[in-house]
Each structure stands twice: as structure tokens, then as C-alpha cells.
Write a protein that binds this ligand. Structure first.
Ligand code: PLP
Length: 454
């Protein structure tokens, strides 16, 4: 570090303000320029290769050079490079992709609405929840309950739903009507002597008490990721979601499943809600929907929401919401091809078959003195570093996680540090041998991190 910046690093520093980065540190250390991709690997500008242990941003499920997707985009680009869905226009790729999404969630999704990003999908979700309740004459029923450590995006409302300090700090967020209930993380959140079942009951009680304190007639929806991703890959305890869904039902509260990471096989089923055992009123999808080769997101709503919303558009004249690029034909064509490939390789089945190998590595590494907890479901997981394995964490959090990620980077593996956890979410096309390669340098990197900390 603090080596002279390369020409491209200097140009970067003069040209870009980076998301999720400390611009002052970047200016001193320089960015890492990624030049090309192949399979589960990416290559930097010096030609060094890295296993992409997080699929970019939990998204490139088919890896980094799928020729079929490239060709599909080229063909669609040549046929109809752009069209929209506003004011009664449509196009075949948008319809076909929506039909295919509906087929993945039979009985759960009746209509699909498109945007370009996960944040926009959740923005749509909240606007739909408000519109739906206005249509039903429930003008007070508008608050949304999210969770501490949730990640739902960075636009004004989706960032408000996100329950992480950096997404609010100095952005004057969260906005009104958004609340955050407890995180379902047993290892970290349990009180001394509390069993997992007691912990779950307490967390669910927190949710119900929040609804009662706010007034059930003022609460519109509960939004949750099946497995919390950017909050640290937090896998909820057994029975959590069925109990939360029951409380939501009791107070007539919509249940929004944010499948932006978990959707399309990642957890071993098409949707995370299926793996975690609950039914939502609506689903947010993005990232793996197109393998992230193009930006596209979708919101799927159930029959009841669809009926109420459609009827209301007839009463007030329009559904005044939409994005220029929502349902972009090239994105939709790539989405159709992506789903075709997921079916062909049986992505959920493939993840279920690979999951034991992935889990075994993480569980083995949990024995390292620096690791407090290993968490995983399907092909998403994390290791949380902790002093003496204590869930209380470090006195100065957020130092060792980034250090470990740096040690791994130097050993040819890209992972995401999340405070003192590191997250793994490799492309779903990874093989068993490549899973071994992904984890091969972790123990040495942990040792080096431990030595550095002393
Ligand atoms: N929801 C979840 C669960 C996510 O993980 C993310 C991004 O990581 C988002 C929403 C926001 O998606 P985007 O960055 O495409 O706006």
C-alpha cells in the first residue's frame, strides 16, 4: 500500500466518485482495476486472476463470460434495442420473461412489474403497498417494518428500509413511516442461557409489540430478505419466518420478500422464501435475474394485490409509476436466456448438491481461533471473526474483517468484508474442485490476520 498509483488508478481518482468507498483512502491506495472475466474468475489490469467469491455483488450467478448471454444480448440489440411499457405499449420479451417468472412461483405471483435495480424494486414495493391501502380506503395503514441490519438498497425509501448505520448517516435517513425490528441472529443476539426457540419467540414478540405500539391500523407491510446478505449473511433460526408471517397475517400486514440476493437458486430453491418456508404477498427480484449481465429487476405481486391495484387504476385513471428502462427489451431477453440456463443446469438442484461441500469448508474454518461463527445456506455463507470466539465482537469493530479480505485478495480470492465478517457467495456454476480452490487460502489468510492483530 501507498505505492505510486498506476496511470489508470490516477485517472480513476480524477474521474470517479465510488460507491461504498472512502475516497480519501482510495486516492492514497488506488482502486483495483478489473479488466475481464472468465468462469468464476476475474482478471485485473496486471493480468492477475482472482476467484470471485462474491459473484461481484452477490449477482453474477453464471460467472463472468457466458457466451449464450452475450449472443442473446447482441441479437436483441439488433432487433429491438429499446422500447418501453408505458401508456399501453408492450413487447414480447417483457411478456415472456414475466410468464417465466410466474411459472417459477406458481400461485404466488400473478403480475410482474419491472425496474432496473433492486433498490427501485423495493421502492416500487413500498409505493404499491401505499397505493393498495389507499385503494382499500385504509389511508392510515402506511408504516413499513424492516429490520436492523437489513439491506434493501440505497434510494431514499429503500435506504430507509436498510437497517445499517452508513446508509443513514448524514443522508438524513430514514424517512418517516419506516421502522426497524430486531435482527434474527441467535449467536449474537441471544441472552445468557436463552435457547434458540426462546430467542426466536422473543424476536417475534418484539415484532408484534412494535405493531401494537404503532397501532396495527397504521402498519402496511413487513419487508425481509430470506437471508440477510449485506448485514452479514444472517441465517434466521428455525421457525422464525413462519412465526413472523403468522403475526403479519394476524394484523393484515403485507409480507414483502426481498429476493434480490436469494432469488433464482442461491439458497437451493428458486426463491429464498421457499427455503425458509414462508409465503409472501410480493417478491423483489434483481441481480441473478439476468446473471447481472444487464440491469433488470422485477416485482412480483400476488392475485389479491394485482386485483386491488388494477381496479384502482381504473378508478383514478392510471398507475402513475414506472421507469424509462423498466422492462428493457435487451435486459428481458437476457433474463429469459438466464432462466433457460438455470433450468438446463437445474440451478436450485446444483446449489443443493454443492451446498454440503461449501458448508463443510465454512464449518471447518469455524474451528480457527479467530472465527466466532460460520453461517451458511445453499451457496451463500460467512465467517464472523471474534475475539476469543465471543459474540460481543471486537472493541474496535471493522478492522479485522477488511484485513482478512485483503489477505485473501493477495492470495487470489475476492470476498466481501462486512464489519468483522467475510461473506462468500460464489457463482452458482462453481464446481466442487473450485469450491476447494476458493477456500484453500482461507486458513493461511486467517493466520496472517491473527498475527497482524497481535
Ligand atoms: N435488496 C437486497 C437484498 C440487496 O442485497 C440489494 C443489493 O445488494 C438491494 C436490494 C439493492 O439492489 P441494487 O444495488 O440493485 O439497487
Amino acid at each position: 500500500m501507498n505505492h505510486p498509483l498506476s496511470n489508470s488508478q490516477r485517472r480513476d481518482a480524477e474521474a470517479l466518485l465510488h460507491p461504498y468507498a472512502n475516497a480519501v483512502a482510495l486516492r492514497a491506495n488506488g482502486v483495483q482495476m478489473i479488466e475481464r472475466g472468465e468462469g468464476i474468475r476475474v482478471y485485473d489490469e496486471t493480468g492477475k486472476s482472482y476467484i470471485e467469491g462474491l459473484s461481484g455483488l452477490w449477482c453474477a450467478g453464471l460467472g463472468f463470460h457466458n457466451a449464450e448471454l452475450v449472443e442473446t444480448a447482441r441479437e436483441q440489440m439488433a432487433k429491438l434495442p429499446y422500447y418501453h411499457l408505458f401508456t399501453g405499449k408492450s413487447h414480447e420479451t417483457a411478456v415472456e420473461l414475466a410468464e417465466k417468472i410466474k411459472e417459477l412461483a406458481p400461485g404466488r405471483i400473478a403480475r410482474v412489474f419491472y425496474q432496473s435495480s433492486g433498490s427501485e424494486a423495493n421502492e416500487t414495493q413500498i409505493k404499491m403497498a401505499w397505493y393498495y391501502n389507499n385503494a382499500l380506503g385504509r389511508r392510515e395503514k402506511k408504516k413499513i417494518i424492516s429490520r436492523v441490519k437489513a439491506y434493501h438498497g440505497t434510494t431514499i425509501v429503500s435506504a430507509s428500509l436498510t437497517g445499517l448505520p452508513y446508509n443513514h448517516l448524514d443522508f438524513d435517513l430514514p424517512v418517516e413511516r419506516i421502522r426497524h425490528t430486531s435482527t434474527p441472529h441467535f449467536w449474537k443476539g441471544a441472552e445468557p442461557g436463552e435457547t434458540e426457540a426462546e430467542f426466536t419467540a422473543r424476536i417475534v414478540r418484539d415484532f408484534e409489540e412494535m405493531i401494537l405500539a404503532e397501532g396495527p391500523d397504521t402498519v402496511a407491510a413487513f419487508i425481509a430478505e430470506p437471508i440477510m446478505g449485506a448485514g452479514g449473511v444472517i441465517v434466521p433460526p428455525e421457525g422464525y419466518f413462519s412465526a413472523m408471517a403468522e403475526v403479519a397475517r394476524k394484523y393484515d400486514i403485507l409480507m414483502i420478500s426481498d429476493e434480490v440476493i436469494c432469488g433464482f437458486g442461491r439458497t437451493g430453491q428458486w426463491f429464498g422464501a421457499q427455503t425458509l418456508g414462508y409465503d409472501a404477498t410480493s417478491y423483489s427480484m434483481a441481480k441473478q435475474l439476468t446473471g447481472s449481465y444487464l440491469p433488470l429487476s422485477a416485482v412480483g405481486i400476488n392475485e389479491d394485490m394485482a386485483e386491488v391495484i388494477e381496479k384502482h387504476t381504473g378508478e383514478i385513471g392510471t398507475f402513475g409509476h414506472g421507469y424509462t428502462y423498466g422492462g428493457h427489451p435487451v435486459g428481458c431477453a437476457v433474463g429469459i436466456k438466464t432462466l433457460e440456463i438455470y433450468h438446463r443446469i437445474d440451478a436450485p438442484g446444483r446449489v443443493r448438491a454443492l451446498a454440503p461441500r461449501f458448508a463443510a469448508h465454512l464449518d471447518r474454518l469455524a474451528g480457527h481461533p479467530l472465527v466466532g461463527e460460520a453461517r451458511h445456506t445453499g451457496l451463500v455463507g460467512a465467517l464472523e471473526l471474534a475475539p476469543g470466539k465471543s459474540p460481543k465482537g471486537f472493541a474496535t469493530p471493522g478492522k479485522l474483517g477488511p484485513r482478512l479480505a485483503q489477505e485473501l485478495l493477495e492470495r487470489g480470492v475476492i470476498v466481501r468484508p462486512i464489519v468483522d465478517s467475510i461473506a462468500f457467495c460464489p457463482p452458482m456454476v462453481i464446481t466442487e474442485e473450485e469450491i476447494d480452490e476458493l477456500f484453500a487460502p482461507v486458513e493461511a489468510a486467517l493466520d496472517a490476520t491473527e498475527a497482524w492483530a497481535k
